[in-house]
Design a protein around this ligand. Sequence first.
Ligand code: TYD
Length: 144
Amino acid sequence: MKSSDSPPILDQCKTIELPKISDPRGNLTFIEGGRHVPFEIRRVYYLYDVPGGAERGGHAHKGLHQLIVAMSGSFDVVLDDGREKKRYHLNRSYNGLYVCPMIWRELDNFSSGSVCMVLASNHYDEDDYYRDYAQYLVAQEIAP
Ligand code: TYD
């Protein structure tokens, strides 16, 4: 099957509703690797103290699976498979955005005091990144 006939990988990315234990003392959410996210969790990182107007991301991963959660405040994630883009507004700590490999992502519109937590399927590896959009399009067989 030619890649142009395959279902768009953007459709594999989706918002996941995480378990929420509501309690008058405060709510509790938990995430188990392989159960609530479709990968085992090998790394956690978070963005915080993001200045107003800043943009993060601007890259794709070759093999990494991720779940992005707005732990506090809100921000937008724009997912792009080279053909189509979709903007998600994340503002609930019991929702996560699953991002499969080979998706270009940009994060912007961070609210003051927001915290963006990312669960990742592997350790940090710079070789897993496409940081150049033109190279990413070549890898996606969109540009020659
Ligand atoms: P980067 O992934 O470009 O940030 P973002 O996509 O969130 O805007 O990473 C920024 C810098 O931090 C870069 O020099 C690599 C480094 N880094 C690590 O050392 N370990 C990590 O787990 C991550 C995510 C980044």
